[in-house]
Structure formats: C-alpha cells, structure tokens
Write a protein that binds this ligand. Structure first.
Ligand code: DPP
Ligand code: ZN
Length: 878
C-alpha cells in the first residue's frame, strides 16, 4: 500500500461543477447512472481523467453522449478526455447487501444507507473522490415503494411520484456545492419525528428524525438537542441553519458515531436513541453532544471544508471544541461546566496521551498516512479541540469569535487548510499575543507528542518574591511549543493571592495566563506576602503532562481551597496517583494512609461541593493514564494497586458511602438534567463501594439491595449502576442480575450492547473476566458484523480492560490476533480499531512484551490483511 504525504498535495487536474445521479436501488445489484459537468483545471498539466472506484462494475462511459474507451488500473478508471468542458456519463453497479465494510452504499435492517467519509463515495460510483472537488448534486432515487417508502438524499425535495411495477421515485437537489464525502442517500421503511421551527431570521425550517418503526419514542431527546444546537450556534457564533429541511437518520450498523452529510446526518443509533428506560445519563449527555457536533459541522466542515485529509482536524478539532462549548453552556452551573471539563481531560489522558506516545503517534495535522480511516483519532479530534481551545485562551472569547467571523468571511464555500484557520484567528486579532507568535503556536499542528512541563517554585520570605521556573520537553518533538499556563497562587488559608509579575506595570488580579514559549523560563512574582502554593494549568489550559513536584500538604491545600474546580479535582487525582505509583514502582502492596482517606472523606461529606464533582474527585485515575507515568508497564501490578485502592476506599469510608447513597437518591420522575445526573452518579459510586465492601466481608444486605434495584429501578442509569456494582464486585448475585437484565432487554439492541460491555470491562479477578468474555464470543447475540456489538465485547476487553487483556499466558493476545483477522475480513475500519490495542506494547514488562510481539508478528505475516490493519500492525512493529 502506498504512503500518502501531505507535502505532495496538488490541486486536481479537473473540476466537477455539477453531479446528477440516478440510483436504481436493489440490495443485490444497484445501478448508478451519473452525469457530471467536467472541466479541466488550467493550472494543472494535461492528461487523462483519472477517477477512483472500488468494488464497482463499470458498464459504460460517455463523453458528450458518445461512448469512449476507458481502462482500469487497480482502483483507477482512466479516461482520455478532451481539452474542453464536457459532460461525462457513467454507468456502474455495486452490491449493497454484500457491503459489510459499511463504507459506500450498504444495507442494514432491510434499508439502504451510505457512509462516504472519508473515501466511501468511490464505492458508489467512479469519481474525483477528494474533498477539494466541490460540486452541486441532484439525485434521483428509484426503488420498490412497499419496501422502501422513504427515499432521502441531501438538500431539498424537488419531486416525487409513482413509477410502474410498484416502484416510486424521489428527486433531491442540494444547492450548496459540497465534497463527495458529504453525499448521502437513505431508502427504507422508516418513520419520522417532525418539528417545524422558525429561526431568528424569521425563516421556517422542517426538522426530521428518521428511525425504524418502534424507535420513535426514543427520538425526543435527539430532537430537543438539535433544536438547542440550532439556537446556540446562532446566538454564540451567528451561524444560522442554511437549509429548509434538516434530516437526521438512525442506523444500527455504523462504523462511526454519526456523520454530518449535508442536510442528511446519519447516526449510529447508539448516538441517537434514548429513553429513560434504555439510556443512561451518560448516553443522554453523549447524544446531546453528538447531535450538536454533527449539526455544527454544517458550518465547520461543510460550508468551509478541508482541502485534503491531512487537514481533518480543521473541521474535527474545531467542531469538537464547539460541541464542548455547547455542552458546557447547556450544563449551566459553573460546577457542572467544571465536571464536563474534568471528563474531557480524563478521556484525553486515557486515550490521546497513550496514542501520542505510542506507535500511532501523529501530529494534529498528520504528515503522512496509508489509510486515512486510521486517522480519525483522539489526536485529530480531542487534541485538535484542545488546540482550538488554546486560541480562545490566548484571544479571549470575543477575540476568538472575531477570528471565527473572519474565517467564514474569507472561506465560505471553500476547501481550506489549518493554516488558513490560524491566519484568520491571528489576522482578526492583530494586537494579541497570538499574532506575534503564530508560527510557534502552529507547532501544535506539526509536532506530535505530549509536552512534559516541569515547574519549580521558590519563595523568598524576606524579599516577598516567588520565583517560578517552568520548563518544557517533548520526546517526540524538538522545538519548544507555545504553552498557555493559566494559574494562580493560593495561600495557606486558601486565599487567592494577588499576582504581580516583576517588570509588569499592572497587577494581574488573582489569576493570569503565563506564556511558556522557551525551553525554560522564569517568572518572578513580587509582593507575595505568604509562602504560596502554585495552582498551575487551571482548567487544563494546555494538553500537557505537568510535573510540579507539589507535596501532599500542598495538594491538600489545593483540594480544599483552589478557586479553580478543575485543579481541585486534579489535586484529588494526584494524591491517588502518587500512592498507586509508589506501590507499583516499589513492588509492594498498596496501603492507603489516613491522611488520604480523610481527605477523600472530606470531599464526600463536603457541604458545598456538587455531587457530580464529588463522584469525579473520588474516582481513581484510569489505568491507561497511570501507565503513561511509567517507563516500564506491568499492567497486572497497576491493576492490583487500583483494585486495592478501591477496596480500601470502600472499607474505610463505609459509613460515608451509606450516607452518600441514601442522601443522593433522586425523587420523582427521571429527568436527564445535570443536577439529577450528578446525584445518580454519586449514588451509583456509593452503591458500587457498598457492594464491593459487602462482597469482601460476606454481608448480604447491599448486594441484595443492588439486585433489587436492578429489578425495580425506573430508569436505566440506576438499573445499570446497580448491575455494574454487582458485576464489578464479582458479587454472588451478579449472574442472576445479568440474566434478569438480559431477559428484560433482549429486544433492545443498545441495551444488550451494554450487557456485553459491562462483562467485558469488569475488573479482572483470577481470570474470570477474560474467560467470560471468551465465552461471550459464542453467545447467540454476538456478531462481528454489527460494529456496536463487536466493540462492546472486543474493544472493551482488548483496548479498555488492561487487567483482563494482559495475561501471563498470552491468552489475551492470541484472542486479539484471531479476532482482528476475523473482523478484518468483514470490516477493516473496525478491525483496525481493535488492532490498536497493541499501540503501547513496547513499554510492557516481560512476559507481556515478548508475547505481544509474537502476536503482532503472527498477525503481520498474514497475507490477506486490509490496508487499514496493515498500517496499524506495521507501525506497531517499526
Ligand atoms: N462522522 C465523523 C464526525 O462527525 C466524521 N466526520 O466526526
Ligand atoms: Zn466530526
């Protein structure tokens, strides 16, 4: 397979202005007729027209109505083209029901769906399938009317009607030029929730959410989220809905979360459907964020799109940033916003940090790829969103909004680059610290790796000076990056100290942003009257690893007093992390000390802190983040320490957990609002602790209560919380609860996914979790063909459950290699995701390291691997 390099970009040799497509839909063989208005790009060399197509059968090629000859080389269809504008007519077929890769046109549950990002359009028809070729599309769908009563494509419906032979048609037109990756069609027996809205400009719009019959009652939350997103984008960024009709469709076989096709978003049902009975608070929250994300793409991605796929973060990082801002505004209180930030950072550290340190490390704007589908990563999305967030930190909210306005003023309707975005931000804010440091800031796009910041402070009591030395290093990059460090100084009694930097004319209040731009820099604060504790990187102002060497008493001061909720949480995590690392590195059993346990008790009992915050602060750091602190990783040692820590927290705070469980019950009907969700999160954590402790001591009361809650709860959050408490504690009642739950929800695929997930992700004990997961591969409900189901068992086990996956007998790796290969024959994109379970194998301790290498080599030796999996495995072995 060929490696594609960013610097090799060339504009296309032809442009396609309009595309007219007709589909004769048939699951076995769909006929596609295409008419394109083609013209040469005078800036490029002359030559034949080279279109891309995969898994297609070409039937005919006409130029201006005359048949012409063509040849095929690999995925290329090569046509001798005249030196003038011309109309190209193509006819080809494809086989939707055989398309298990779920890229291009495929069937799911008897309906037709498409997925074209990144390179799926070429699996529908031959095309210049690249994002800088933007065309206006007209689409006619013809299909059996009884089987496919709903026929949808992008844009506006022009006509529809009946045809002979029980067929019907619909003709759609999308007035906005778009790249082929935003093309979509849907045909099937679907029903819609509909709502008409009037936006600020007075225009009327029709919003529709299409799902399978029977799922309509689970679409209300998605519709509400869509309406809220429309209102928010107009209010915050002045970006209106530009279509008369905006459609969202759910499909249960889907590789991604959702897809922002112009006017016709297609969603994985897991990111769309919610009812209190089937979805948890976390699901409601995720659906709101993803509905918003896809809607926001309408401007950041669709109106202004990417010139090439190396620019993917231009739309993804920016759109994740936008959906985060939206979710925070929706959450309301400062505390609820902080909890969202905490969850973002927890996720970044558990997924993106390992990615950035491992075999797949790449910059936010990658320099090369073999298979672009492998670059829909946490780095492009989440680190990309952190980079966009840093613009806002450097420019302020207003400055950032000005940058956005200039970006659209310059680039609406264009396919552009990350450099164009950066230039708009800087040019709209000529007096900002960004504009003079833009080239350095842009290293965030070009340099991979997580910068390590070290901070050392020294207080001179006589001179009332506090000197802070910050330095940065990044093992994967050479040049210092521009790192905004939001910070404050905290006194012993918790007072926020006034900040005055030597050389500054004005004081800076009690919080400021320091710009770390050199490898090492000294900041001297004057008129500091007491020995302060530095609170650095507030709100996680940059995606870095910070080593500030703070002592336990200093961390306890921040945990108690910091005005920044994020750093209060961070102090709780650091206290736990230190203890776990000490045990793991010292090779001894973890023993939590009185000071730590009392601090955690104080958090739990705190009269002012919100429940959601408490639940986050009491959670221990994730194993993946712990592993990133170590040179050599023994996953079982980490697992043992984390489990011991949970046991001790459960035991030492037992009375407090009882209080917390009782005090945080939510009365009344279920509402997916932040405040109630926070109470449920804390009550669920408390119940997990109580069941854990009771299982250890053999007391029956709390497992019995949890079992009862599995049966009686009036919402999925509490029901699943109780089930998780039993399963994660390996309680005696876990099996009975699991079968009760399965029986009750056997017909709800998304709930059955949760059932698989919970068992695959439970904390390992004596190999039982691994054995159970292996058995579940044979469960009649398990299939590799449905991505949600396959992920819920295999990705959860291999990528998310290190304690169960890394086994001294190498059983995890053997299973992994078998399943990657089996999945690869069905769905390469999905298989490549599973393949990434080995990203960090080189840091593993023996015997894991050697066994992982053997498994990787065996997989690499297979001749039939897809490009997707081949790229991951090759990079892992490099
Ligand atoms: N569907 C993916 C997303 O919205 C890719 N664009 O991020
Ligand atoms: Zn996106």
């Amino acid at each position: 397979a060929q490696v594609i390099h960013r610097l090799d970009y060339q504009a296309p040799a032809f442009w396609i202005a309009t595309v007219d497509l007709t589909f004769d839909l048939d699951p076995a063989k769909t006929l596609i007729t295409a008419k394109h208005a083609v013209k040469r790009n005078p800036a490029q060399a002359h030559g034949p027209l080279v279109l891309l197509g995969e898994e297609l059968t070409p039937l005919r090629v006409l130029i201006d109505g005359e048949p012409v000859s063509f040849r095929q080389e690999g995925h290329e269809l090569i046509i001798e083209a005249p030196d003038r504008d011309f109309e190209l007519t193509l006819r080809n077929t494809c086989a939707p029901e055989k398309n298990t890769a779920l890229s291009g046109l495929y069937t799911s549950g008897g309906s037709f769906f498409t997925q074209c990002e990144a390179e799926g359009f070429r699996r529908i028809t031959y095309f210049l399938d690249r994002p800088d070729v933007m065309a206006v599309y007209t689409v006619t769908l013809r299909a059996d009317k009884a089987k496919y009563p709903i026929l949808l494509a992008n844009g506006n419906l022009l006509e529809q009607g009946d045809l002979d032979g029980g067929k019907h048609f619909a003709k759609w037109h999308d007035p906005f030029p778009k790249p082929s990756y935003l093309f979509a069609v849907v045909a099937g027996d679907l029903v819609a929730r509909e709502q008409r809205i009037t936006t600020r400009s007075g225009k009327e719009h029709l919003l529709q959410v299409f799902v399978r019959r029977g799922d309509l009652d689970k679409t209300e939350h998605a519709m509400n989220s869509l309406i809220a997103s429309i209102i928010w984008d107009e209010a915050r960024f002045n970006l209106p809905l530009d279509l008369e009709r905006f459609m969202v469709v759910g499909v249960s076989d889907f590789n991604m979360g959702a897809m922002e096709n112009k006017g016709l978003n297609i969603f994985n049902t897991s990111a769309l459907l919610a009812s209190p009975a089937t979805a948890t608070d976390a699901d409601f929250q995720r659906i709101e964020a993803i509905v918003a994300h896809e809607y926001f793409h309408n401007w950041t991605g669709n109106r202004v799109t990417c010139r090439d796929w190396f620019q993917l973060s231009l739309k993804e990082g920016l759109t994740v940033f936008r959906d985060r801002e939206f979710s925070m505004d929706m959450a309301g209180s400062d505390s609820a916003r902080a909890v969202q930030r905490i969850q973002q950072v927890r996720n970044l550290r558990a997924i993106q940090f390992p990615e950035d340190a491992g075999s797949m490390a790449h910059s936010v704007r990658p320099d090369s790829y073999t298979e672009i589908n492998n670059f829909y990563t946490a780095t492009v999305y989440e680190k990309g969103a952190e980079v966009v967030g840093m613009y806002q930190t450097l420019l302020g909210r207003e400055g950032f909004a000005k940058g956005m306005a200039l970006y659209f003023q310059r680039h609406d309707g264009q396919a552009v680059t990350c450099d164009d975005f950066a230039a708009a931000m800087a040019d709209a804010n000529p007096d900002s610290p960004l504009s003079t440091r833009l080239e350095q800031f842009k290293r965030w796009y070009s340099q991979p790796g997580t910068p390590h910041i070290s901070a050392r402070g020294e207080y001179d009591a006589a001179a009332h000076r506090y000197t802070l030395v910050l330095s940065q290093r990044n093992g994967k990059a050479t040049e210092p990056q521009l790192i905004p460090v939001r910070m404050g100084l905290v006194g012993h009694e918790g007072q926020a100290l006034p900040l005055q930097l030597e050389g500054d004319i004005e004081a800076r209040g009690t919080e400021t942003v320091l710009l770390l731009e050199k490898a090492e820099q000294t900041f001297t604060f004057i008129n500091v009257l007491v020995d302060p504790t530095p609170s650095l990187l507030r709100g996680f102002s940059a995606p870095v690893l910070l080593e500030d060497g703070l002592s336990d008493p200093e961390l306890l001061t921040l945990l108690r007093f910091d005005s920044d909720a994020f750093n209060r949480w961070e102090a709780s995590q650091r206290l736990g992390l230190k203890r776990i690392l000490r045990a793991v590195q010292g090779g001894h059993a973890l023993q939590l000390d009185h000071a730590y346990l009392e601090a955690m008790r104080a958090v739990l009992r705190h009269p002012q802190l919100d429940a959601a915050f408490k639940a986050e602060a009491l959670r221990l750091p994730d194993a993946a983040y712990i592993a990133e602190q170590l040179e050599v990783v023994d996953p079982q040692a980490i697992h043992a320490s984390v489990e011991a820590a949970w046991d001790q927290l459960a035991q030492a705070l037992r009375g407090d957990w009882e209080w917390a469980f009782e005090a945080h019950q939510v009365k009344g009907g279920y509402r997916p609002v932040a405040e109630d969700a926070g109470r449920r999160a804390l009550a669920n954590l408390a119940l997990a602790m109580l069941v854990r402790e009771s299982t250890r001591t053999g007391e029956p009361v709390w497992p019995g209560r949890a079992y009862q809650q599995v049966k009686d709860a009036n919402n999925m959050t509490e029901r699943f919380g109780a089930l998780a408490a039993l399963v994660n504690a390996h309680a005696g009642l876990a099996d009975a609860a699991l079968s009760h739950f399965h029986q009750q929800f056997a017909h709800e695929a998304l709930v059955v996914d949760k059932w698989f997930m919970l068992q695959a992700r439970a904390p390992e004990r004596d190999g039982k979790v691994f054995e159970r997961a292996k058995k579940l591969l044979q469960h009649p409900g398990f299939t590799l063909k449905n991505p949600n189901r396959a992920r819920s068992l295999l990705v959860q086990l291999c990528n998310m459950n290190p304690g169960a996956f890394h086994r001294a007998d190498a059983g995890g790796y053997v299973l992994w290699a078998e399943q990657v290969a089996a999945m690869d024959a069905i769905n390469p994109q999905l298989a490549a995701r599973l393949a990434r379970a080995m990203d960090r194998w080189t840091t593993l301790a023996e015997p894991y390291r050697g066994a992982a290498q053997v498994a990787l080599q065996r997989l690499a030796e297979r001749s039939s691997l897809s490009n997707d999996v081949r790229e991951i495995v090759t990079k892992a072995l490099e």
